[in-house]
Design a protein. Sequence first.
Length: 395
Amino acid sequence: MENASLLNAIIQNAIDGIITIDEHGLIETINPAACKLFDYTPQEVIGKNVSFLMPPPDRSQHDEYIRRYQHTHVPHIIGIGREVMGLRKDGSVFPFRLGVSEVKYSGRIIYTGFIHDLSKQKQAEDQLKEYASHLEELVDERTLSLKKTVQALQKAKEEVSISLEKEKELNQLKSRFVSMASHEFRTPLSAVQLSASLVDKYAQPFKSEHISKHVAKIKNSVGNLTAILNDFLSLEKLETGKVEPTFTPFDLVKFSEEITEEMQLVAKQDQKIIYKHRGKINTISLDQNLLKNCIINLMGNAIKYSGQNTFIEFNTEVTETTCVITIRDNGIGIPDADQKHLFEPFFRAHNTGNIPGTGLGLNIVARYTKLMNGKIDFKSVVKQGTVFTISFITS
């Protein structure tokens, strides 16, 4: 008796709904949680066929499920469980997870249904899908707007470069654009990136491939736009004299190893970045931020213009008088006719095809290197690769 009372107390206080039916599908018992879900009292449902709690087509098929199982013992619902829809007293429907088990008791068969309401979970999934779709539309709008602005800026540069006065007008136009982009795009892009990360985090329990795909697309688009914006901001600061190097001593090997690990994460499939240091001296005195920007830019180009399953060599060497940094790839190379223009702003080699880029990176690297009293050189052969070398006098 004590065990029976305990079992009854558990059933009556269970969070999920529990309904028992006989072998003909007639309801024998229903717990309070199930009554609340379907909005019926026990007296309104006991003795009725359980199918009246189901909307079509499950209502007409339920008795056939039971008969088929009793004859074939092949489970369709019983012992398996699945998502189904329930029909409330007011005619509204709701989703729930149904698990059915067969119990042999006192010489007869009883079927027990365990009902877990999925309404809140489904609502959350729909909201996440809607939010992801909205974020993607927002990024597409920002992408189109920024691309149009960049295209307009490049067109303006071509038109005003024929004279000094026109070139001054271009610089003013670029300054206005950078100022506008900093306020109008940087903050929204940060918000979109953060929101996409939150959507990705909150969507993990649902394991939806569609949400993950769209969130990844949003993050990739935001990353591309942020890189473009950063290039323009860096150029504007250089041209207005706002960049002043701060020389501080630091461990070049540790510094380079950290950059190598960071860039390996964004490398293509099976691309390997190999770092080596020569010499017994590790400490140099340069501007870490400017130097990191130079190395990341050159290494990013090596990744971008090299194929999969390739090696990128990153070497540093420090002596008593010099510091030399070398980045070597075996990518597409730079055509001879383009090499003399390589460090000009907005210039891109003719063999880059559809590979994205602003044409500002190498110009910024050259100017940062000059600010640190260094020089940059390169050697390149089409289809064989490119070697960039940055060198500084340390004594």
